[in-house]
Ligand binder design. Structure first.
Ligand code: CTP
Length: 477
């Protein structure tokens, strides 16, 4: 399909005017850097700029040399209400450099990278994505992308020929980028510019803008919520060399911390020893522990301290998620020096460790978090009855169960879980990344807290309307 033919399918007229039929908020005050790459869908980016501006984003646009074959910098400057940056080494005095009205004397790629709160690449070409995946950079767009700080969210709206999209090289690059949390919007199925039908068309501007807006709105969904998460395994020393532990990379617990922090919550992450690094975020405080006893103390202290400080500034912890693989036992005796193996064989007495989840769930009202979530790593598929039984024993509200025997879960980025909620309903999720599982759990908890707030408000209203004395209706003026 030619550029013009594709242009014809563009939303036309009032019915498709910006935001038509969509009750968008226009109060998203974020700096969005739009990187336009050289795909035919670049002609849609002025429309995309308008959609984004309408939602409140402040825009700056960087375009590649090839992008200028499909859209002019003047059009983009008009739509974004900002000068468009194109050249890494633009001559600031030439007048051609649209960067000249810029805001600092810094190098353009650094200044742009620090200005952005969020980045959108649209269209994202196969070449552009490959270069981003492998850290190649030789123009303004690629150097800016490489100069972004890790916490800046990147969205990409790919657009390419369907075969190019399906090519294992592209798919490999996409997987790499997803691993680094670049969020893909589309592509969608349809007739592409090269007259081939398949997956490769860039999503429509309104869809891209909506998705980004939704992600930004979610960002503050759990603002102010305090969450406690235990993650990783614990280590119970036998002697200075040997120990008892469980298999756990800590990834699922870390993903949960990340998902909650991304939604605005403040997370206390009590972590056992793991090889994987916990997520870095100003909203996540990591407390390192080794043994189950240390982990239990850190977790319980955090809850009791939070409650004690409630009257001052700290909010109570409303959600606790025990994702750690806590060792059930510890050796009764810990040797100061390493004994010979023969002296140990068959002679290690074990003591049962504190059950952190059960302890948290049994804390008195006012200290106990409103939602206590346990994990159950099982070696077989769990029936609802099994899950209900464990939920009851542990006295927790929710239980997230996974089959660690049949699905490769340990040390993997993926997980497949069932979630049992406080109403006894089970939701089975398909296999997905641990971050996606964490996102689903965070969204579910957000929805549950919202429901509770709503019912609390309506109960208070009902109560006050019942206790209200009947008012005299005044007559006349
Ligand atoms: N857990 C905990 N402290 C422990 C043991 C387990 O906090 N000492 C938590 C885990 O973090 C997890 C949940 O309890 O959230 C379930 O762990 P699991 O090992 O399935 O439970 P167990 O009590 O060990 O039950 P089982 O008898 O099935 O091993």
């Amino acid at each position: 399909m030619s550029a013009n033919a594709q242009k014809d399918s563009r939303p036309q007229g009032a019915a498709h005017s910006i935001g038509a039929g969509y009750n968008a908020r226009k109060n998203i005050r974020k700096n969005l850097l739009l990187v336009v790459m050289g795909g035919i869908a670049a002609y849609k980016t002025p429309q995309l700029c308008r959609e984004l501006r309408w939602r409140g984003f402040a825009l700056r646009v960087v375009m590649t040399k090839n992008a200028s074959r499909f859209v002019s910098s003047e059009e983009l400057a008009q739509a974004s209400k900002q000068a468009v940056s194109e050249d890494l080494f633009a001559d600031q005095s030439s007048g051609k450099n649209l960067w000249q009205n810029s805001h600092s004397e810094d190098m353009a790629h650094i200044e742009l990278a620090r200005w952005a709160h969020i980045v959108l690449i649209a269209p994202a070409t196969a070449n552009g994505l490959a270069r981003l995946a492998h850290g190649l950079c030789d123009d303004l767009s690629s150097t800016t992308l490489l100069a972004l700080k890790r916490e800046i969210p990147i969205f990409a709206a790919p657009a390419m020929n369907p075969q190019m999209w399906q090519n294992p090289a592209t798919q490999y690059n996409i997987a790499l980028l997803k691993e680094r949390e670049v969020k893909m919007i589309g592509p969608c199925i349809g007739l592409t510019a090269c007259r081939e039908v398949g997956l490769g068309r860039m999503s429509e501007p309104i869809e891209i803008a909506k998705e980004i807006e939704l992600a930004c709105l979610k960002e503050n969904e759990l603002e102010g919520l305090r969450v406690l998460i235990t993650a990783g395994a614990t280590v119970e020393p036998i002697d200075p060399v040997r120990y008892i532990s469980n298999k756990s990379s800590g990834r699922q617990g870390y993903a949960l911390a990340k998902a909650f922090a991304e939604r605005g919550a403040r997370v206390l992450l009590v972590a056992g020893p793991t090889l994987v690094q916990p997520p870095a975020s100003r909203r996540i405080k990591v407390v390192r522990t080794e043994s189950a006893e240390e982990m239990a103390r850190a977790a319980i202290d955090c809850l009791t301290n939070a409650t004690r400080q409630k009257t001052h500034k700290a909010e109570p912890v409303r959600v606790a998620i025990c994702a750690a693989a806590v060792a059930d036992f510890r050796p009764k005796k810990q040797f100061k020096l390493k004994p010979a193996k023969k002296t140990l064989a068959g002679k290690i007495d074990l003591l049962e460790n504190r059950d952190i989840l059960a302890e948290i769930a049994s804390l008195p009202k006012g200290v106990r978090p409103q939602i206590v979530v346990g994990f159950a790593a099982e070696t077989s598929y769990q029936t609802k009855e099994n899950l209900l039984a464990k939920q009851k024993t542990k006295k927790c509200d929710w239980l997230v169960a996974n089959d660690v025997l049949n699905d490769s879960v340990f040390n993997s980025e993926f997980n497949r879980v069932q979630i049992l909620d406080e109403k006894g309903e089970v939701e089975a999720l398909p296999r997905m990344t641990k971050l996606a599982v964490a996102g689903r759990i965070a969204d579910k908890i957000a929805a549950c807290l919202k429901d509770w707030e709503k019912s609390k408000i309506s109960a208070t209203r009902e109560k006050s309307s019942m206790t209200d004395k009947p008012r005299r209706i005044s007559q006349g003026g």
